[in-house]
Design a protein around this ligand. Structure first.
Ligand code: C5P
Length: 220
């Protein structure tokens, strides 16, 4: 529809964890639920954007004509889908908790118990956001940072290193913030290092705050 703040805009959002296969029945994962990314997708769709939501394994669903949900499992699959669409996008938000490492070897058969310990060697996954930052032409690129110490400095470092336009910091120190819950407490930092800190809110309210900040910058 005309007149909505994101009408005509194409948005890509990553969400959820990634699962990195160890063998046919086991994987390496993390506790991300996808709630923040799905909330961002829903708000963007309601504001008129066409949204591609690339999600790792989650129980969540989204039901909006403007959201195309693409489900993936691993970081490498997520990377491939993101780069397939990146050129056409106006805004990209990396809200996924992408595994930094994957098992170097994926066993073809279920690993059997054996005497003694077992070591699994890991290799680096692609940093999806970093590569999008390197290839950025016109996109407004937003990352997330979940920090346990030196939060602001680390978040600003990521903003610069990944060539982002903004980064959303959620502190692990704040009760109710971060991964698995329904609430979050964030600071929004743009590339001029202007910082805006918000109260603890539902992830849906947080998503609205984030979009307000993005919209004021893409329309400025
Ligand atoms: O460097 P760090 O993992 O803390 O950065 C977090 C941000 O980078 C998040 O926006 C996350 O979605 C993104 N990321 C990514 N690919 C990775 C690791 C992180 O896109 N392999």
């Amino acid at each position: 529809a005309q007149g909505l703040p994101l009408s005509g805009k194409k948005v890509l959002i990553t969400a959820g964890p990634t699962h990195e296969a160890i063998d046919p029945v086991r994987f390496l994962g993390n506790r991300a639920t996808g709630k923040m990314g799905f909330a961002l997708a829903k708000i963007a769709a309601e504001m008129g954007a066409k949204v591609i939501l690339v999600s790792g394994p989650t129980h969540l669903n989204v039901n909006h004509a403007n959201v195309e949900l693409i489900r993936v499992t691993s970081a490498r699959q997520m990377n491939e889908i993101c780069h397939e669409h990146y050129d056409q996008m106006d805004v990209v938000i990396g809200a996924a908790a992408v595994a930094d490492y994957r098992p170097k070897k994926v066993f073809k058969e279920k690993i059997k118990k054996q005497e003694g310990d077992l070591a699994i060697e890991l290799e680096r996954n692609p940093d999806i956001l970093l590569s999008m930052g390197e290839q950025k032409t016109h996109q407004f690129l937003v990352g997330f940072a979940l920090e346990s110490e030196n939060e602001l400095e680390n978040a600003k470092g990521k903003l610069k290193r990944k060539n982002l336009d903004a980064i959303v910091l959620n502190s692990l120190k704040d009760d109710g913030a971060g991964f698995a819950g329904d609430t979050n407490k964030i600071s929004f930092i743009d590339k001029n290092l202007e910082i805006k800190t918000f109260d603890l809110k539902t992830k849906s309210e947080v998503a609205s705050d984030i979009w307000k900040e993005i919209i004021s910058r893409i329309h400025a």
